[in-house]
Design a protein. Structure first.
Length: 407
């Protein structure tokens, strides 16, 4: 093993810090849909304006990650995450004083999402991957992602309770204070590993590496599949509360369903990370996307009861963001880890372009027709397409990791 790798204790310090930071940033982001109704009624913001603001946020969260990844390679991951924490907190506070579409797009969309993106997958997984040997990277991505899922499980009911008990503005301020917790949590990255692969291999500059990746068909397949993933993840996080309300469900049902999605994804992410070290990662992605399509169609067919919302939340949660470990693992497998923050950040950009359309078109659909039915059907079709798109990826078969013989 290369001497640049930190000892086992150092690796766990980085993994735990990454999971904790993602717990906060992802937890805050994934519960923002709970504020759509209160902001619509309490602040007079229109449903389309709020949907557009969250759609902008979906795009910004993805667009900023390769940029923050490049910045982290120059000034360090901790400084980038500290900057993001301050930006996210400021955006949440400012949202309480913004009621115009432009103001909401700036605060609820750009500031909150850019701040969350500075402490999200691209930077966290890249830093961890550089500290680990290749056969442990898929597990590391799953472990970090499980932290984000736990954040969704934790923050969704807490945010709903804060809205009910304190009002929506005080709830936003509470989330702002929680966002600042990422600064002490990110201290584990002050001495994160340097910008080399675990095997010591030299890599081209970022621009040359990006150009090489953009000529690779498998990399584009990952982008296309991740676009569809972003569409339905954003559609559900933004509009599941509104859909539950149209079905006559109380507010707590959607909050519990979102929480269950996060809870189930803890296990889904760990399982995906475990599988990533044992089978080809493209087949993991194919299976997850196909299961999503089936679950969406089944959910449309059953009566809309609280129990069925909860069952759907658990089922979707098992594959929710469990796509992250195999996707990040494939990018690292194809191109190494030197510029993983940038290359994986670009796939996240495609994910969030899909997220923009999922969040925005959901609001447009319900404003024009009073129904989300068309978006649910589109959601299922796109999930099935994502399964097919990942099949042509050229991935080398898994090679067994040699086990050292004890003397």
């Amino acid at each position: 093993m290369n001497a640049t790798l930190p000892p086992a204790a150092g690796r766990w310090r980085i993994l735990l810090a990454a999971a904790a930071v993602l717990m906060v940033t992802m937890g805050v982001r994934q519960c923002l849909g709970l504020f759509v109704g209160p902001l619509h009624l309490g602040a007079g913001a229109g449903i389309v304006a709020l949907s557009f603001a969250l759609a902008v946020g979906q795009f910004v969260w993805g667009a900023c990650q390769p940029l923050f990844g490049l910045l982290a390679e120059r000034i360090g991951a901790f400084r980038v995450m500290a900057l993001g924490a301050a930006l996210m907190a400021l955006g949440l506070v400012a949202t309480g004083f913004s009621s115009s579409p432009a103001g909401l797009a700036l605060t609820f969309g750009v500031m909150v999402s850019a701040g969350a993106g500075a402490g999200s997958f691209a930077i966290l997984i890249a830093a961890a991957a550089r500290a680990l040997p290749p056969h442990q990277r898929a597990f590391a991505a799953g472990f970090i992602n499980a932290g984000g899922s736990f954040g969704q499980f934790l923050f969704a009911p807490l945010a709903q309770a804060a809205i009910s008990a304190l009002g929506w503005m005080s709830a936003l301020w509470t989330l702002a204070a929680a966002s600042l917790l990422t600064i002490p949590l990110a201290l584990g990255f002050v001495r994160a590993s340097g910008p080399v692969d675990a095997d010591g291999t030299a890599h081209p500059p970022a621009g040359a590496q990006v150009r090489e990746a953009l000529r690779n068909r498998s990399y584009w397949c990952l982008h296309a599949g991740y676009f569809t993933c972003g569409f339905h993840v954003a559609f559900l996080t933004t509009h599941l509360p509104g859909y539950a309300a149209l079905c006559g469900m109380p507010e707590r049902v959607s909050a519990v369903a979102l929480s269950l999605i996060g809870f189930a994804n803890i296990f889904g992410s760990l399982f995906a990370g475990w599988l990533g070290g044992r089978m080809r990662m493209k087949y993991i992605l194919v299976g997850m996307y196909a299961l999503r399509a089936l679950m969406i169609l089944a959910f449309l067919a059953v009566p809309k009861t609280a129990l069925n919302f909860y069952i759907f939340g658990v089922g979707m949660g098992m594959t929710w963001l469990a796509t992250v470990p195999p996707t990040a693992g494939l990018v690292g497998k194809l191109f190494g880890t030197r510029h993983l923050a940038t290359l994986f950040g670009l796939t996240l950009l495609s994910h969030q372009i899909g997220g923009f359309f999922g969040a925005w078109l959901g609001g447009v659909a319900v404003a024009r027709s009073g129904s989300y039915d068309a978006l649910w059907v589109a959601d299922a079709v796109l999930a099935a397409m994502a399964a097919l798109i990942n099949l042509p990826i050229r991935e080398a078969p898994m090679r067994p990791v040699p086990v050292p013989v004890q003397p």
